[in-house]
Design a protein around this ligand. Structure first.
Ligand SMILES: Nc1ncnc2c1ncn2[C@@H]1O[C@H](COP(=O)(O)OP(=O)(O)OP(=O)(O)O)[C@@H](O)[C@H]1O
Ligand SMILES: [Mg+2]
Length: 577
């Protein structure tokens, strides 16, 4: 909880003023009934209009003060809690931005969204409530008890007897309510994950006609949330009438006893009215306290979930980089005894004992069956993941010694699961380098064989892409992604299965363009088709996380059984390609 101090600091003034102004309101609440009693006892009983007017004016003044205090308190409470939440959300979001792929794999995206929105809001409501109630509830309780005693000690004993019963009720409510509210928060998480998954994948769901299934899944989590909410709010619902019952019983006891005292002449009528108001206030303050504590049960669960994000150490960091100013210059790559796993507790490595040297300017093909570790291997170069053992060097320097920015500026990677963003085509391409000119952008698009179809669109480069690039074909999307990477003018260009949806003729042109323009950059091409990499200087054959062949096409055809197998399995299909 210490970390939250930093979010209080900028709003310290509001954090202090909010509760203090609330005291003004409490003082009013405590003294108004007493003044009312005085009017009834001294003014009404003796028909003293002057006294009634004077007292009445004072009461109006006090009421205005109370209103001002209430407004001010609410204002500062809102200001403090909203500011606190906004800063917390900002930091959490910034922290999530630093997450590596491995960190993100750990939390689901749905859960991250819930934590940054709903959970932060829970904490915000708690702070707002606390600032307004923190001093008000206990102040009102203590004030009302004291006033009750000064008016009539013997009658006040009745209140003292009822308080332990009320405290017990509150305690029971909390015991039952706390876990239920905590449960509620996790159900919201479940619902968010389910909604997110179905909405982002709505196309796949429709094409597989899995709508009903998804609907069912949604209804299940929605039903879960409904049940959890009902269970939680049942507690609140039963508390209110119970409290009312206790209050009414106390009032009757007070009126009955007080009435007897009035008849006996030992108590005045005005005191009895004031007394009843104090009973209500005592009860109200206990109710407020229980509400705050119930809300805090949700907020504590939420704060814990936010903490999990803030405590998550980004596992790819560059704070310890020993050469933060070094840039990638030539683009040579070396893997030394590298092994890698996605889950630190699994014993089956995805990559095992990889030793590989790639000279700058070389074109390297990587081929191997699906799941053999091709994507994982190249992900280690721009440090999307870190190795378990062994090291990766770029320009002879350990990748961990670069700043992430410089490393990733030098390495452009077209991911296998590439995405485009909503926005115009130009905006998407300029991700590669926002400072490049229109000429450069078009040139990059031409190299990636994208210029043709882009200019055929009515709006050309200003064509708006839907979310994820839904309004271009698979092959067009791949070409735009390649253009985006080319615009970075990287020293190392990695294409992970990036032309799989492009026809072989166009692919051949792209390859030729790359060779010509990106001559001195190192190019790594992962492909399923041998034809995509047949001209590479070096071909790496991966099988089950190990390198089983290394050489050019002719050498591998001679020496590598696995490569020959792939070649022959594709040869009959590829005739004429
Ligand atoms: N994010 C991930 N979390 C956990 N395991 C993963 C992850 N990505 C890949 N794997 C596992 O690592 C292994 C290698 O996957 P990788 O993506 O490197 O294969 P690939 O050779 O690129 O396959 P493909 O040709 O299908 O793209 C597979 O067994 C896969 O299940
Ligand atoms: Mg892959």
């Amino acid at each position: 909880m210490r970390r939250y101090g930093k979010y209080i600091k900028p709003y310290l003034f509001s954090f202090i003023c909010g509760p203090i102004l609330m005291i003004v309101e409490v003082l009013g609440e405590i003294f108004l009934p007493k003044m009312m009693a005085l009017i009834i006892n001294n003014g009404v009983a003796t028909k003293d209009i002057g006294y009634i007017t004077r007292m009445g004016m004072m009461m109006v003044g006090l009421a205005v003060l109370m209103a001002l205090g209430g407004i001010g308190g609410a204002y500062f409470g809102a200001k403090a809690s909203i500011g606190f939440a906004a800063d917390l959300r900002k930091d959490a979001f910034a922290h999530v931005q630093k997450f590596s792929f491995a960190n993100i794999d750990k939390f689901s995206t749905g859960s991250l969204v819930t934590r940054l929105t709903n959970d932060v809001t829970q904490v915000q409501s708690l702070i707002n409530m606390m600032l307004r109630m923190m001093l008000r509830a206990p102040g009102m309780l203590i004030g009302a008890v004291i006033m009750a005693f000064t008016i009539n000690p013997s009658l006040a004993m009745i209140i003292l007897m009822i308080i332990p019963i009320l405290v017990l009720v509150v305690f029971v409510v909390l015991r039952i309510g706390f876990p239920r509210f905590k449960n509620l928060q996790s159900k919201i998480d479940g619902l968010n994950s389910s909604i997110r998954e179905s909405l982002t994948n709505v196309r796949v769901i429709k094409s597989f006609v899995r709508g009903d299934f998804e609907q069912e899944k949604f209804e299940r989590s929605n039903g879960d949330l409904k049940d959890a909410s009902l269970r939680a709010f049942k507690v609140v619902i039963t508390t209110m009438p119970l409290m009312s019952l206790a209050m009414n019983a106390t009032t009757i006891a007070v009126v009955w006893n007080g009435g007897k005292q009035i008849i006996a002449g030992s108590m005045e009528v005005g005191d009895l009215t004031a007394f009843i108001t104090y009973v209500t206030q005592i009860l109200f303050s206990l109710m407020m306290t229980s509400m705050v504590i119930l809300q805090s049960s949700r907020a504590v669960a939420s704060a814990r979930r936010i903490n999990e994000i803030l405590d998550e150490k980004p596992d790819v960091e560059d704070e310890t980089a020993s050469l933060p100013d070094k840039k990638v210059e030539s683009g040579s790559i070396e893997f030394k005894n590298v092994s890698f796993r996605y889950y630190k507790h699994s014993d089956e490595p995805v990559l095992d004992g990889i030793n590989l040297k790639i000279n700058s300017g070389e074109t390297v093909g990587i081929i191997g069956s699906t799941g053999s570790g091709k994507s994982s291997l190249v992900a280690l170069i721009p440090r999307l993941y870190d190795t378990d053992a062994g090291d990766v060097f770029v320009d002879g320097v350990n990748v961990k010694d670069y700043s992430l920015k410089n490393l990733r500026d030098g390495v452009a990677m077209v991911l296998q699961k590439n995405v485009l963003f909503s926005g115009s085509i130009a905006e998407n391409l300029l991700w590669g380098d926002e400072n490049s000119t229109e000429e450069e952008m078009k040139h990059a698009a031409e190299l990636a064989q994208a210029n043709g179809f882009v200019t055929s669109f009515a709006d050309g480069y200003e064509t708006d892409l839907g979310q994820g690039g839904v309004n271009v074909s698979g092959g067009q999307k791949q070409r735009l992604c390649i253009a985006r990477a080319l615009l970075k003018k990287p020293k190392i260009l990695i294409l992970d299965d990036s032309t799989s949806a492009v026809d072989t003729a166009t692919e051949r042109v792209i390859r030729a363009n790359l060779k010509e323009v990106m001559g001195d950059a190192t190019k790594i091409i992962i492909a399923q088709r041998i034809s995509s990499i047949i001209e590479a200087d070096k071909i790496v054959v991966l099988d089950d996380g190990k390198i089983v062949g290394l050489g050019n096409h002719e050498e591998l055809m001679k020496d590598c059984e696995a490569y020959r197998e792939i070649y022959y399995s594709q040869a009959d299909k590829e005739v004429g390609a």
